[in-house]
Write a protein that binds this ligand. Structure first.
Ligand SMILES: [Zn+2]
Length: 1019
């Protein structure tokens, strides 16, 4: 069914395509390929042909290299041609070549666009005609007007005049994924071709657009990958180490940062894209044979893109396939099962900023070896969208890869340059549509209320939007708008008869008894509220990030490629109100100049300082900034200095008011000075010594934890499982050990590590591998935690340490006896594919919950589903929310007792009752000789649970949510003198979950006081 409708769809597109090409202003057919009058570099050309394994793996565009008397070919740096076997250049070599091009050709200009986390440079190389390069700033100024049509009063005639004089910018980015190695050499050669070739085909490109190239996006990872490849060449016949670290923090996920902008590479590419006002961002990857142009992709498409973009995707993608098909190159296709829902990919910087996002997957060998590659039937079979599929078996070389990449790109550049006015007009129209958004689709604005209890988190999210290029305004007076009334559930969900007294969501339902559903209510916002207006050029990215997402459980797309939700307000625990009412735009307001910052400083006089705990992440920075000062936490809410303070609020002594004032201003924290200590129960909170532990299997997901610990300046030691295996006294060094998710579902793998069959796999800085190490090192990546490591971790907790685990490492903790009384249920039909779910606070007195209001949104990817028991090894009882009465077959109705005949009815003992997130109370039967009974003080303490089914889903996909609804989400397990903390959610995910960070920070600061406020069961 799906295929049928898509075939229809593509047939339609062929029509569009024909009309476009015939109506295009340069309808003259320029034959792709070499101009016989242009001299070629014979030697280089010979090598291209030699390294290409089959003639059909090349094209008329890349089977020759034009000669130049002045401009050097890539050979000058590589020692051979681009894509030659055995040659992978470091980033510095790629840059050296690009700068030689710049030096020798007036058609090339190299720009430094920023540094990586490890201080390596990133560049962008512009290639165009001399005339275009000479007037590059004038062109940029014109593009700026098209990018922000407010500057020309949305005047289409004026836009047409600008378009007539302007050339577009096509931005190509290579090697964001470090084991995908072909792009740098392909892009070196592409830049050369564009600079020197006088063939009409290339000249047309050069004259009508600016090609902008970042040859290496993940520069740190590229240099490490080249090290690994050199190690491989120096150690023939041996297995080589897996590239565990790409960038400093994350590996493959560096391509999931386009919303959070937490990595330097993302910010540098974003700034380049928006700074140049580019029209396309075309990102190069390697995986499937031989060229998958992801431009068309598959459903569902992101719901916030301009529909014009969807049409551009189809137009460009199918054209690209068509042209390469004509060249006879096998394995080129554009439709595939990669959905285009999540906007977190690097290419989406374009889609969310009025440009065009594109992505190629070409075929690579993970290095520059030439190999015979055998494909699977799913790869080589002919399908409706892959009429000339890849070969089942073929010799494949890096040169083949470079031919495909360059051929695809040259066709794209030619197509774009031939139709440059058409695409510029689209660019202008999309920018204009973004500005017209309040009047067309809405919303009119997103409002961030001025009385949000978490101004720090609010400022942080607004700063992120500013970094995305959005303008932020601030209301100078109160204002009122109409908003939809909060919907009440039409009827109580049948499975929720045991809901624990949830309210009706209060906020908007102005107390009419819920008799009639009102459609709208008015809502007032105080002066100081922030307004993100949707009548601005980059309204689209703000709408994408702040809106809710819904993925239907019955969506035909069954291979969901990534997260289904990312709602930043919810995950950041920041209040964000979507306002359709265009009156919001008339509120008195001024544009915020400079970065949004929460107000901070010390108020009042005195030597005792009080800081309200509102789970603002800056609080942990404050604690560590004054690590020698005396900090205490109030165990109950209190009032002082005319202000209300939440449970967990800081009471600080031994700090100079001036120092604290500086820190408070810097961190956006309000601190109250007072003469006397409040009379509330307090305990000391220490600047705990923290370690973050990683395995050598992968260091992908834990990188997101390190990144944020660094950002909030929480110091930690970075240790690995092999260190822990050897260290019998971890308590001497650490108070808290964090074991972030590993991404391995079988916890046994953490213990066993990699198989020991082959040779050792070193990860270490050596002369041969100067870019390895740095983050961590080992002589052999294979050994895991081992049984000694398990014991050492247990001893650590038993002696008073805190072990923090989340998602799969919570599974590890449960499997290896770190969490008596906690078991994990297997999901049956549950699907939570990177979704945002609602939680409820169960135990607000736990220090882990300090500063939090109820109903925190948390990020969940299929659990785990925790069950609790008061006995060791107990699995917990009925663990679905009530599904009708539990009785045996007999007389009467569902709630009636059965009646044995010929004797008086017996009085039935009361069945023990418990909530889903609780353990079933012990019966006297269990307590008799209770060998496995856990004493009350050692029982797991549930801090957060998942909300009831009917309010569980905030954003994304949730199917059979009743399997996880009401189950415990965050559990503190006492472990002799110490504690083990288990998260079902992942509190640190892709720099999107700022709202849940403080659950972890609270645990760290209170690591030796986690029993505070605990109420114990009687038996
Ligand atoms: Zn990739």
């Amino acid at each position: 069914m799906i295929n049928k409708s898509l075939t229809f769809c593509s047939a339609l597109l062929v029509c569009c395509l024909v009309s476009l090409t015939t109506s295009a202003q340069t309808a003259v057919q320029i034959k792709p390929g070499r101009d016989p009058n242009v001299a070629i570099d014979e030697e280089y050309t010979k090598k291209i042909r030699e390294y290409t394994t089959e003639s059909f793996f090349n094209s008329p565009l890349t089977d020759y290299l034009p000669a130049s008397s002045k401009v050097p070919t890539p050979k000058v740096v590589l020692g051979d041609v681009a894509g030659a076997p055995g040659i992978l250049p470091y980033s510095s070599e790629v840059y050296r070549y690009m700068r030689m091009l710049e030096h020798e050709s007036p058609r090339v200009k190299v720009y430094s666009i920023g540094k990586t986390e490890e201080g390596r440079e990133m560049i962008a190389v512009a290639v165009s005609s001399e005339a275009n390069i000479a007037k590059i700033e004038e062109n940029r100024a014109r593009l700026q007007k098209l990018a922000d049509p407010r500057s020309i009063n949305l005047n289409d005639d004026e836009a047409e005049k600008i378009i007539a004089d302007t050339v577009p910018v096509y931005y190509i980015t290579g090697t964001i994924h470090s084991p995908e190695t072909g792009a740098p050499t392909a892009l070196m050669e592409l830049a050369y071709r564009l600079a020197v070739d006088e063939s009409p085909y290339i000249k047309q490109i050069r004259d009508n657009l600016i090609t902008l190239i970042t040859p290496v996006v993940e520069v740190d990872g590229r240099d490490r990958q080249v090290d690994i490849y050199k190690w491989h060449l120096a150690n023939p016949g041996k297995n080589w180490p897996n590239l565990i670290y790409w960038g400093k923090y994350v590996a493959h996920d560096n391509n999931r940062d386009a919303m959070s902008l937490s990595l330097q590479l993302t910010r540098n590419v974003l700034n380049t894209f928006t700074g140049w006002k580019a029209q396309v961002l075309h990102d190069l990857h390697e995986s499937v044979p031989y060229l998958y142009d992801n431009t068309v992709g598959d459903q569902p498409y992101n719901a916030w893109i301009d529909p014009i973009l969807a049409d551009e995707w189809h137009l460009i993608g199918w054209y690209n396939v068509g042209e390469m098909t004509k060249f006879g190159m096998p394995g080129v296709f554009t439709h595939g099962n990669f959905d285009t829902w999540s906007p977190s990919y690097l290419m989406f910087i374009a889609a969310s900023h009025n440009g065009i996002s594109r992505l190629y997957e070409t075929f690579g060998n993970g290095g520059a070896d030439t190999l015979e590659r055998t494909l699977s039937p799913s790869e080589y079979s002919r399908t409706w969208y892959k009429q000339n599929p890849p070969l089942p078996v073929a010799k494949w070389s890096q040169r083949n890869n470079n031919n495909y990449e360059q051929t695809g790109l040259l066709i794209s550049l030619a197509h774009f340059s031939t139709n440059s006015k058409y695409f510029l007009r689209n660019f202008y129209t999309k920018s204009k549509n973004s500005i017209l958004k309040p009047k067309t689709s809405g919303p009119a604005a997103y409002v961030f209320p001025g009385d949000d209890p978490r101004p720090g988190g609010q400022a942080e999210l607004l700063r992120l939007l500013q970094t995305q290029g959005c303008e932020v305004h601030r209301a100078t007076a109160d204002f009122t708008v109409t908003v939809p009334a909060k919907k009440r559930p039409a009827r109580p969900a049948p499975a929720e008869t045991r809901a624990s007294g949830d309210g009706d969501g209060g906020a908007g339902s102005a107390g009419n008894g819920g008799q009639e559903r009102r459609e709208t209510i008015t809502r007032s916002f105080p002066a100081g509220s922030y307004i993100v207006r949707m009548d601005q050029p980059y309204s689209r990215i703000a709408d994408m990030m702040l809106d809710l997402q819904y993925w239907a459980p019955n969506d035909p797309q069954r291979n969901i490629y990534d997260d289904t939700a990312w709602t930043f307000g919810e995950l950041g625990d920041v209040q964000v109100v979507r306002v359709m009412d265009v009156k919001a735009l008339d509120a008195p307001m001024e544009k915020v100049s400079g970065e949004v910052k929460a107000a901070g400083g010390v108020l009042g006089e005195g030597s005792v300082f009080l800081v309200n705990h509102n789970a603002d992440n800056a609080l942990v920075t404050l604690r560590y900034r004054f690590k020698d000062a005396q900090f205490e936490a109030a165990e109950e809410p209190f009032e002082a200095a005319g202000t209300k303070f939440n449970r967990g609020s800081f009471v600080i002594r031994g700090v100079k008011a001036n120092d604290l004032n500086r820190a408070a201003a810097d961190l956006g924290l309000k601190i109250y000075a007072t003469g006397n200590t409040p009379s509330v129960k307090m305990h000391s909170i220490k600047a705990a010594r923290v370690a973050i532990m990683h395995t050598w299997l992968t260091a992908q997901d834990e990188g997101w934890w390190r990144l944020e610990f660094d950002r909030y300046k929480v110091p930690y030691n970075y240790i690995n499982v092999q260190d822990v295996a050897k260290d019998g006294n971890l308590n001497a060094k650490y108070d808290v050990i964090i074991f972030p998710p590993v991404g391995r579902s079988n916890p046994q793998q953490v213990v066993s590590g990699m198989p020991m069959f082959g040779n050792p796999l070193p990860w270490r800085k050596t002369e041969l591998t100067p870019n390895l190490g740095g983050t961590d090192e080992t002589d052999d990546m294979r050994p895991g935690l081992g049984w000694s490591g398990v014991q050492n971790l247990q001893k650590f907790a038993q002696r008073g340490g805190l072990l923090i685990t989340a998602s799969d490492t919570a599974n590890f903790a449960s499997a290896f006896g770190f969490a008596p009384g906690v078991s994990i249920a297997s999901p049956q039909r549950l699907r939570v594919t990177g979704s945002v779910l609602r939680s409820r606070i169960v135990d607000a007195a736990s220090p882990v919950a300090y500063g939090y209001n109820d109903r925190l949104a948390i990020f969940c990817a299929n659990g785990p589903i925790f069950n609790l028991s008061n006995t060791v090894g107990g699995r917990g009882g009925r663990r679905f929310s009530a599904e009708g009465p539990e009785r045996f077959t007999g007389r009467g109705g569902p709630d009636d007792p059965d009646t044995p005949q010929n004797r008086p009815p017996a009085e039935l003992p009361e069945e023990p009752k418990s909530e889903v997130w609780e353990a079933t109370p012990l019966s006297d039967e269990q307590l008799r000789n209770g060998v496995f009974v856990i004493p009350p003080s050692a029982r797991p303490r549930v801090i957060l649970r998942y909300a009831d089914s009917r309010e569980l889903l905030v954003s994304g996909l949730l199917e059979s949510g009743n399997e996880i609804a009401q189950h415990a989400a965050v559990i503190d397990v006492p472990y002799e003198q110490g504690h083990v903390l288990l998260f079902s959610n992942n509190p640190f995910w892709r720099a999107e979950t700022q709202g849940s960070y403080f659950l972890v920070f609270n645990a760290i600061l209170n690591f030796d006081q986690l029993n505070a406020g605990r109420k114990l069961a009687e038996k």
